[in-house]
Design a protein around this ligand. Structure first.
Ligand code: IPM
Ligand code: SF4
Length: 424
């Protein structure tokens, strides 16, 4: 019988020749990730259960990213607890405060393996679906079970298939596509389903743009957000593995031709306009022109959704073209990882952001979740290139967050209010 990409990966990882939606399978995990916020509970649970050794100290990856450098004594204590765990267990892949956001660091360091099951104690673990893996976020206590056994049970999800065709206008990015899709299906439209993004538009996309799409699959409830691997994927993964001594063989798994999808959507993007997710729900999606003129206080360009080099280039391009940012607002720029930061430094982007009066921070989760810095105060309005805008996400419960692409966010930074990049 034919299977979808998600079904094929779960079948392989669970040693079955065939699986169908609804089946419960026990799957082998290829990579398991916890970070500085979610790791401590996994570690304490493991200890409480009396488990002395993790199943594989080479398959557990621990990046620090949410509260780096430690912004409170509590964060510093979490860091100490995790560093001790790393030492005790001989965890091979530990990335202390210098590397950046987990979902950027794992692919860059070669820990994302196409065709495998990857779990992370972070909801945006679905980002790695962009590499053709079945990647999903799990809770810290579930992770303790994975640390102990290297396996986890899954209910095989149905797949919602999004066939995307056409060419984007120059001011429109993959962020606008995924926001439009979420606006269309709703924040719970794909609950416990695998979303699969396919079609010529996705094929033409860079890996970074694909990651933006998969990253937000969870924002419509998706268990995973998969994209079939192709030449670009293999090249990215092989290079990352070779550079970081993480090389291992992997299979390229693609879905069967006549696989059954729960629902198939045809999306044509030639006429897609820049859009925004407006307060306070990610599915409250409007064209930027509909909310044009809204006053703003802060623009945040960064996060695991849109903090990659192409995002920084695109944002700076808009700022440069229009002679700088508004002096009435704050602009925070956070490269998603050390390697993005180094590239941005090499290309002179950081110097220019600074010149224009942006605040550039260390690679981290930064202002994305209102846990580190860049918090919004009461009644303030922020534009963010990140993935969530629920009440209080970026600070005060009385603040508003609009989610947008880096191009739109930069246009708003230039104007000091919400504006469609085409109207600058
Ligand atoms: C802190 C962590 C549990 C959380 C998540 O899982 O998504 C965070 O990364 C977020 O984006 O809200
Ligand atoms: S950048 Fe934001 S969304 Fe991504 S892992 Fe960090 S807090 Fe979560």
């Amino acid at each position: 019988m034919v299977m979808t990409l998600a079904e094929k990966i779960l079948a392989k990882a669970s040693g079955n020749s065939q699986v169908s939606p609804g089946d419960i399978v026990m799957a082998k995990v290829e990579t398991a990730m916890v970070h500085d916020i979610t790791g401590p509970l996994s570690v304490n649970t493991l200890k409480k259960e009396g488990i002395e050794k993790v199943w594989d100290n080479e398959k557990i990856v621990i990046p620090f990213d949410h509260q780096i450098p430690a912004d409170s004594i509590n964060a510093a204590e979490n860091h100490i607890l995790m560093r001790n765990f790393v030492k005790e267990q001989g965890i091979k892949h530990f990335y202390d405060i210098r590397e950046g956001v987990c979902h950027q660091v794992l692919p860059e360091k070669g820990h994302v393996v196409p065709g495998t099951v990857i779990v992370g104690a972070d909801s945006h673990t679905c980002t790695y679906g962009a590499f053709g893996s079945f990647a999903t976020g799990i809770g810290s206590t579930d992770m303790a079970a994975v640390f102990a056994t290297g396996e986890l049970w899954f209910k095989v999800p149905e797949t919602m298939y999004f066939n995307i065709s056409g060419h984007l206008k120059p001011e429109v990015m993959s962020k606008d596509i995924i926001l439009s899709i979420i606006g269309m299906v709703g924040a719970d439209g794909a609950t416990y389903k695998a979303a699969q993004f396919a079609g010529e538009t996705v094929k033409e996309m860079t890996i970074a743009s694909r990651m933006t799409m998969s990253n937000m699959a969870i924002e419509m409830g998706g268990k995973a957000g998969l994209i079939e691997p192709d030449r670009k994927t293999v090249e990215y993964v092989k290079t990352a593995m070779e550079k970081n001594n993480t090389a291992r063989p992997f299979d390229i798994i693609i879905g069967d031709k006549n696989a059954e999808y729960e629902e198939k959507f045809e999306i044509e993007v030639n006429d897609l306009e820049p859009v925004m997710a407006c307060p306070h729900n990610v599915d409250n999606v409007k064209t930027v022109r509909e909310v044009s003129g809204t006053p703003i206080d802060q623009v945040f360009i960064g996060s695991c959704t849109n903090g990659r080099i192409e995002d920084l280039r695109a944002a700076l391009n808009v700022i440069e073209k229009h002679g700088g940012i508004s002096k009435d607002i704050r602009v925070i720029v956070t490269p998603a990882s050390r390697s993005v930061m180094l590239k941005a430094l090499d290309e002179g982007l950081i110097q220019k952001f600074y010149k224009y009066g942006c605040v550039v921070t260390n690679p981290s989760c930064s202002a994305c979740m209102g846990a580190l810095y860049g918090l919004l105060g009461p009644k303030e309005v922020g534009i963010a290139t990140s993935n969530r805008n629920f009440r209080g996400r970026e600070g005060s419960l009385e603040s508003d967050v609009y989610l947008a692409s880096p191009i739109t966010a930069a246009a708003c930074a230039v104007k000091g209010e919400i504006i469609d990049p085409r109207d600058l």
